[in-house]
Write a protein that binds this ligand. Sequence first.
Ligand SMILES: [Ca+2]
Ligand SMILES: [Ca+2]
Length: 226
Amino acid sequence: MKPLKTMLLLIAASVIAATAAQAAPFQNGSFEDGPGPVKSGNSAAWVTTLGVGDTRLAGWTIGSGDIDYMDTDFWQAAAGQHSLDMSGTQAGTIAQTFDTVAGASYTVTFSLAGNPDGGAPATKTLRVAATGGPATDYSVTPSGNSTSNMGWADQTYSFTASGSSTTLSFTSLAASNSGPALDDVRVVAGVTGTPALSAPTLSTWAMLGLVALLVGIALRKRRVTG
Ligand SMILES: [Ca+2]
Ligand SMILES: [Ca+2]
């Protein structure tokens, strides 16, 4: 096989391998892809408790304790139809691992409220952490709020990726069945609002650009020497 052809095949193989190595894009930040139940009249349950090992919340794992999967007919969601009480019957943790570019900075925006049922503790705290980033606590006191007036407010958390994938986690510190409420998690690269998805796409384009450059050099060399 000619050296040029061999080189091109090796480069093509490396591009394909690099693309395949991506874990998964961030998904289901609004928790709409979950266990339901799809509400049907007054007979359907409006809350489903998810414990460790439950895989029904797409993209997310339940790391400890349990969480309540809420329908907006039980309490108003920040976005879509569903949100979470991060304390199900006890404090819970959820986590998701997704593609990142090592060294790139990311901003996580999420909607935070609190279970308004009046249960203890009065102030509900949610801990947010990402691989290589700081654990940061966010607190909310839902006094005066109700299921139809949740008082959702956006919060932001930033981290710099330490590898090609990052695990983002949310942990309730409310050791009861009444915790911080979470919805509408968004992850963007940098501070300009570029979707996180575009980062691996950019690196793929960069590799394709390198392929074009190397082919150009090889062809030019061929013309000169041939
Ligand atoms: Ca939602
Ligand atoms: Ca609960």
